[in-house]
Design a protein around this ligand. Sequence first.
Ligand code: XMP
Length: 516
Amino acid sequence: MTNAKTDTIVILDFGSQYTQLIARRVREQNIFSLIHPYSISLGEIRKVEPKGIILSGSPCNVYQKNAPIPDPGIFSLGVPILGICYGLQLIGHLFQGTVKNVKKREYGPACLKVDRNEDLFHGLPKEIDCWMSHGDQVIKLGKDFDRIAHTRTSPIAGFRDTKRRIYGVQFHPEVTHTPLGHKIFHNFLYRICRVKREWTPRSFVRESIRSICKQVGTGRVVLGLSGGVDSSVTAALLHRAIGSELTCIFVDNGLLRLGERERVRRTFREHFRMKLRIVDASKEFLKALRGVEDPERKRKIIGRTFVRVFEQEAKKLGRVSFLGQGTLYPDVIESVSFHGGPTQTIKSHHNVGGLPRKMRLKLIEPLRELFKDEVRRIGRTLRLPKEVVDRQPFPGPGLAVRILGSVTKERCDLLRQADWIVIDEMKKAGLYYRLWQSFAVLLPVKSVGVMGDERTYEHVIAIRAVTSQDAMTADWARIPNDVLSRISNRIMNEVHRVNRVCYDISSKPPATIEWE
Ligand code: XMP
């Protein structure tokens, strides 16, 4: 899906760990951005009609054999270019400057002295904090370039060629350690690229609807609705565009949270009046999982069963041409190596259990250019309830990954109740939306307890609550003792056959968020 009506910035990726951050910073200025591998052809770039191009950093250096070099034609497109770190060195190198390896790698915070607080640095003070991470630097500029900033160790930490509108910064304005980085992006976008047509949730929804209608025509779409944020927003967007030509299928696999099926029914069928088929396949899933303890096997069985059930149900709909999916931009970017070819190499990612291959449906993925927080903003624009938009992530294989050992209906029911108590108490304490995740885990052991005068030998529940930005790393949440105490008391009193509750104090790494 392209946003043809909004101004677009192309980011060429040279393999920096910060490339996604650059895209986000641009979008935070309400301007649409797209990441492409540096090797994209000039023709492909032209098709996007970018208002500006940003060259990312890289683990490479410009002198090495096979250094990543873009099509030099980008400098003749007549659009402004900003090089960041390697991007700056690349410009220096290609325009007859001198790039040299410095003996000591400059890494960490630095004080940037702004020589020219005009255009790119308009409105900045004479000195700003910035973040450096480089081993090479430009020590001599080519003709037509002049220096606009330096640091104690980098004689040229920023340059410009105002005629051709080519700019470079050695530091990283995209990281939070450069606190005024957002002003630099703002200047590049609004002063230098002169962008006008802003990208907002409203404009995204408008353009998406137009594009979905064009793509779908008179065809019909089926969507696997899990109740999670991505599939819910996809459903709401598709429904806005094509109404009753969309049918959602919600598969109850018996591994859902308490009341989930009812919540989905209320929100999508009653509130949004969508065509929604609810399939109770819990018996089928639990039968397939019987006696299976290995987590990877559980995942495979659940994935396969989902595809089978979904296919059966979708067949009942008659002629359908499209399968909607809630694929997000990080999945898309991940599958495009910066060494790889142009975007055509992007492979399809599968949410909710995978694409039913035999159905030969065309994919429709209206969120494939969005980051998670942007999906949430779109969800709010589409008036999805907070409970859906801001909910904590829930794994596709559901409670099966939180039941260690074999999965049975009894164990699912037990965990469902304990999990509900955790959610309920976290919400009452105002913590639920501040945590990345908070949930209960059923352990595969029993322990001795005492109730009344009787010895018991019952189940153990672990509580997991973490804070995180992106689930790549996570810290265990410092939940107030009184909240933990309430959760423990309630689980022990309300959930039959549990006599012990533990709190998990491990961070990721070395632990993971889920126990599996
Ligand atoms: P781990 O346990 O690897 O989990 O630290 C990282 C994040 O991923 C979620 N998760 C999944 N989400 N399908 C999903 O949609 C899955 O199969 C799946 N497995 C784990 C997990 O809840 C955490 O947020």
